[in-house]
Design a protein around this ligand. Structure first.
Ligand SMILES: [Zn+2]
Length: 370
């Protein structure tokens, strides 16, 4: 049970690590942010990573992701992969010849967040985008787990990616990774992590090569992303084109609506993520039969409530009310291990509210609910 260091209330849904309640985050945003920044700094430094995106007035601006770090000489960006060496920004990972990641084959249908509408799991878009009228049994997904992130979520469910970031391993070129998708049983690639947002040059080059090869042999190869959406705007059009052409889905995990809450929970702003979702809306309109974008939100007890979900759902509906929205059950992880699981009643209330704005709302990992 955590205790809020501002209002001194104790409750099981107050994180002991953070020691601030949602009410104080909303009512006393500046004080809450100051406390949170101190706490997360200590955790980040244990991994040897910067506590927040760099703003060195004498630095060089990095456009690698939407954090737009300004990196001084000798400093390393928030992602841990871009360094200013003697006045030049050098990519230690994420360039086409050096992706920091792990990959594996995952049999379809998978437990992916889009499984309730994706062509690989449901046969939607057959025969153009799926090999089968139902689940693509005997096919596989090439899962690409990128080892760096543009967010730093206190409840990160794949927190061990940080070991890949600081160890700068395992690396593989875009060309070699794309070759893994030539295996006949592979019908989709999913980029996740960590997050692909910090290694987009590598990710887009892999996509380009893999799609060319698939076209040559007349195969279906869907390109999908699972991302926080904190991507440099420059990469968005190409990402949209690849997803559109291939039948893929870009899954944005929108953590919260309130910007201050996002900074407290995830270390950085969510404004670029929301803006990028809007930009991808133009691609969504071009292929309504197989959704090109979808959104998910993790229902973190005590922090992500009905109000957050309502605002996110309203924002999605301003792009298109048919965009699929998945609400995900939470289980304690990383620095928020002490929080309880999402309750069934919260999940149902959030779904009810989201359905006022959106046509397609689902509760994912329902077995996790308490
Ligand atoms: Zn409080």
């Amino acid at each position: 049970m955590g205790k809020c260091s501002l209002c001194h209330i104790s409750h099981p849904t107050i994180s002991s690590f953070l020691s601030i309640c949602l009410n104080c985050i909303r009512k006393r945003p500046e004080e809450a942010l100051e406390i949170a920044q101190k706490r997360r700094a200590s955790a980040r430094l244990k991994f040897g990573l910067p506590p927040s995106p760099l703003r060195n007035p004498n630095g060089i601006k990095c456009n690698g992701c939407a954090n737009s770090c300004s990196i001084g000489i000798g400093e390393i960006g928030f992602c841990g992969l871009v360094k200013n060496i003697e006045g030049r920004l050098i990519r230690l990972g994420g360039s086409p010849d050096r992706g920091i990641l792990e990959w594996y084959y995952d049999p379809l249908p998978t437990n992916c967040v889009a499984s309730w509408f994706c062509p690989g799991c449901t046969g939607r878009g057959y025969p153009k985008y799926s090999y089968s009228q139902g689940p693509e049994i005997f096919h596989e997904n090439l899962a690409v787990f990128y080892g760096s992130c543009s967010y730093d979520c206190l409840y990160c469910q794949n927190w061990h990616f940080r070991k890949l970031t600081v160890g700068l391993k395992s690396f593989i070129s875009a060309k070699d990774l794309a070759a893994k998708a030539e295996k006949k049983s592979v019908s989709c690639i999913c980029y996740f992590g960590g997050d692909p947002s910090t290694q987009m040059p590598h990710c887009l080059e892999t996509s380009k090569i893999a799609l060319e090869k698939a076209k040559e042999s007349n195969r279906i190869l869907r390109l999908c992303w699972e991302t926080n959406g904190n991507i440099s705007e420059d990469f968005i059009p190409m990402m949209g084109e690849y997803a559109l052409e291939s039948g893929g889905n870009i899954k944005f995990d929108i953590k919260s609506w309130d910007e201050n809450l996002n900074i407290i929970l995830c270390g950085t702003s969510n404004r670029s993520s929301l803006n990028n979702l809007k930009l991808l809306g133009k691609f969504y309109e071009k292929r309504l039969e197989v959704p090109l974008i979808s959104v998910s939100t993790l229902l973190v007890p005590g922090y992500i409530d009905v109000e957050e979900v309502r605002n996110i759902a309203e924002f999605i509906s301003s792009i298109n009310r048919s965009i699929p929205y998945t609400l995900l059950g939470f289980y304690g992880c990383f620095l928020m291990e002490d929080l309880p699981r999402t309750s069934r009643s919260l999940a149902l209330k959030c779904k009810e509210v989201a359905l006022k704005y959106l046509d397609n709302v689902s509760i994912g990992n329902i077995w996790l609910l308490s």
